[in-house]
Design a protein around this ligand. Structure first.
Ligand code: 5GP
Ligand code: ZN
Length: 113
């Protein structure tokens, strides 16, 4: 059993509101949403952060971003959305399993608060 929270969500051991899933990636609602729509997209395999990816992972990276694009066609994101990847402690990454935040459902503003 993994002690990584998102590995446990990916395996179904911990429940989540899953919006999309295939063999490699999963998208589910953030438990503490920072916007009306707040979705997390993760690889099912464990990568600690973006820094864990190598040249061999180009397809996975594309797959993650194309999954964001797929979610972007949802009606609740028709106004657009923000995609964020926090990396490491200074980047505000609390869960050490690579994830992409997809935020929308309201004007997100800039710079981010
Ligand atoms: P980070 O700060 O690491 O980039 O973002 C981690 C995100 O995971 C946070 O937005 C947090 O609300 C979310 N999160 C933490 N624990 C859980 C959980 O058990 N389930 C879900 N769905 N999201 C979680
Ligand atoms: Zn993990």
């Amino acid at each position: 059993m993994s002690d990584c929270l998102f590995c446990r969500i990916a395996s179904g051991e911990i429940p989540a509101q899953v919006l999309y899933e295939d063999e490699e990636v999963m998208a589910f609602r953030d438990i503490n949403p920072q916007a009306p729509v707040h979705i997390l997209v993760i690889p099912k395999n464990h990568y600690t952060s973006l820094l864990d990816l190598t040249e061999r992972d180009q397809e996975l990276l594309a797959h993650l971003l194309l999954t964001v694009k797929k979610l972007g066609s949802r009606s609740d994101l028709e106004g657009g959305f923000r995609t964020v990847i926090n990396t490491g402690d200074d980047g505000g990454q609390w869960v050490k399993h690579l994830h992409l935040h997809v935020l929308g459902g309201r004007p997100m503003g800039w710079p981010p608060g």
